[in-house]
Design a protein around this ligand. Sequence first.
Ligand SMILES: Nc1ncnc2c1ncn2[C@@H]1O[C@H](COP(=O)(O)OP(=O)(O)OP(=O)(O)O)[C@@H](O)[C@H]1O
Length: 296
Amino acid sequence: MKRVVKVKNVAKAYDNKFVLKQVGFEIKKGELVALLGKNGAGKSTLLNVLLQLTPKDQGEIEILGERRLKTEALGVMFQEDFVLERVTVKEIIELWRSYYPKSKSYAELIKIAGLVEKSNVLINKLSGGQRRRLYFALCLAGDPDLIILDEPTVGMDLESRQAFWHQIKKLQAAGKTFLITSHYLEELQNIAQRFLILQDGCITFAGTLQDLQQKYQKVIVRFRSSLKPSFFRKLAGVVQLQSEVGNYTLQTTKLNEFLKQLTPYLTELEDLNIEQGTLNELFLEITGGDSDVLSK
Ligand SMILES: Nc1ncnc2c1ncn2[C@@H]1O[C@H](COP(=O)(O)OP(=O)(O)OP(=O)(O)O)[C@@H](O)[C@H]1O
């Protein structure tokens, strides 16, 4: 598969403090990659460096096979909106379309924005969520091959989010490549092929949701049994075990293997209950519990 993004050994410091120390990853054509990290981890800095809006101190970046940024093949949606006064929705869409040699039609873009009824409304009169939808449509104006979205769904209501992810799926099916940062991890679990975790200035994890769960997810198993704690302690991935008069609560990091080992002894167990943490809990585990991240 063709490589769309290549980042190697990238470092970036602000005032001699390194936010990115040694960042490296690749994204292949058609992949949707989620970039995760707690507040201040450097996600926006990394995107800015990728887009050459901030100079890097070190490293190599190649996008769509070139070091030069092919802006005509890129669609970007930033975290912060710019608000122009005295410009209508229709005018800004037409302006954006005019920047590209091969642009999507106005009709398609206004539909993506979900603002057909608001085409003559001034941008500064739109709600925050409506503006996010408009900026998403603008980012698609040039029919880009690589789409970079920084916290795209912040401020969108449930309906807008659903429409947004539906749109992303359609673009995915059309072979577009994505790099998306988001704090709403539950939204990304069904859509991202791979996750990157930015932590302490490096990519500390790159892999699928399954890899992520296997590596970090807490699985709590509860049951009653007359077997001894020493028996359960030896089973696969058991990292914590509490027992009180035959009532067990344990944590395993290798659920599949653990269950395989436990199967011959199932008759010795009662009230077996397995609880897998949510993706958000997993994220807290990975990033060391920055609850701010999730309350955004
Ligand atoms: N222009 C700048 N000058 C100095 N420091 C900066 C600048 N931009 C960002 N920083 C610092 O770099 C660090 C990383 O910031 P960045 O915005 O990249 O993080 P982030 O992961 O995108 O955070 P969030 O999830 O809150 O958006 C922070 O400590 C921030 O204060």
